[in-house]
Design a protein around this ligand. Structure first.
Ligand SMILES: C[S@@+](CC[C@H](N)C(=O)[O-])C[C@H]1O[C@@H](n2cnc3c(N)ncnc32)[C@H](O)[C@@H]1O
Length: 243
């Protein structure tokens, strides 16, 4: 059992090392460059579906809000949040990712407080108007998802919003030299442009399962999917709910 736990912890350490090393090349995935370029039609579908996700995020009341973003990475979504929120607290364990985000946001980073912390140990010290996490829940081991969602609920003021985004199990969403995790396995191998390989966690959750787990954690969430690439959840911590 201890051996099993040690192995699981080792994968989380390796997962963070992967993202730290990948920070400078991370945006190639989102922008569909290099190994992530799966052809013109796939790229067109990707960006059309990104627009659908942006439209869903636009429905979340963020104007003037005090927002918490978990695992913000290079700031692809922080940029969207900071355009509407009064302030964003962005928690990521990779200083290299924070540096990329600061570069992207420039002067707009003045309204972002970056916190370097391990989300597998972090607990909120206060509450927020909204909690957002993009391409993070798939990297949380299955046996930690309920605890993570409970932490999200604790970070939210009653009646306030949660939004999250992740990928669907579509082979062209990732690099040409990556394979999706085998059914029933949550550990997979990812490579950098230079070929270095790392083990990471990648879980694809059925929408109804995520909704159910969110409900258990005290969050009312509806999970929707775009036709090919994305899955996103939007909802709230119900008014009148207690910590
Ligand atoms: C797949 S990226 C998502 C980045 C961004 N949200 C996006 O949608 O592009 C995962 C992020 O989680 C961060 N991360 C990995 N392990 C972490 C940990 N234990 N605690 C906090 N952040 C972590 C990585 O540094 C990376 O920025």
């Amino acid at each position: 059992m201890d051996e099993e736990r040690g192995r699981a912890e080792g994968v989380l350490v390796e997962q963070l090392a992967y993202y730290r090393a990948r920070a400078g090349e991370y945006d190639g995935w989102f922008e569909r460059r290099g190994r992530y370029d799966r052809g013109e039609a796939a790229t067109a579908t990707w960006f059309a579906e990104v627009d659908q996700v942006r439209a869903a995020l636009a429905e979340v009341p963020l104007e003037g809000a005090d927002v918490l973003e978990l695992a913000p990475g290079t700031g692809i979504w922080t940029e969207q949040l900071v355009a509407r929120a009064a302030h964003v607290t962005a928690i990521d364990a990779a200083p290299e990712m924070v540096a990329e985000s600061r570069r992207r946001l420039g002067a707009r980073a003045e309204r972002v407080t970056y916190v370097l912390a391990d989300l597998f140990a972090w607990l909120p010290k206060r509450t927020y108007d909204a909690v957002v996490f993009c391409f993070w829940i798939s990297h949380v081991p299955a046996d930690r998802v309920d605890g993570f969602l409970a932490t999200v609920a604790r970070a939210l003021r009653p009646g306030r919003s949660v939004f999250f985004l992740d990928g669907r199990p579509e082979p062209t969403s990732t690099a040409a030299d990556h394979v999706l995790p085998h059914r029933g396995e949550e550990i997979t191998v990812r490579r950098l442009d230079d070929g270095r390989a790392f083990r990471i966690v990648k879980n694809y959750w059925p929408a109804d399962e995520l909704e159910r787990r969110a409900a258990v954690a005290g969050l009312e969430v509806v999970v929707r999917e775009t036709p090919t690439y994305f899955q996103f959840g939007a909802g709230r911590r119900p008014r009148g709910s207690r910590s």
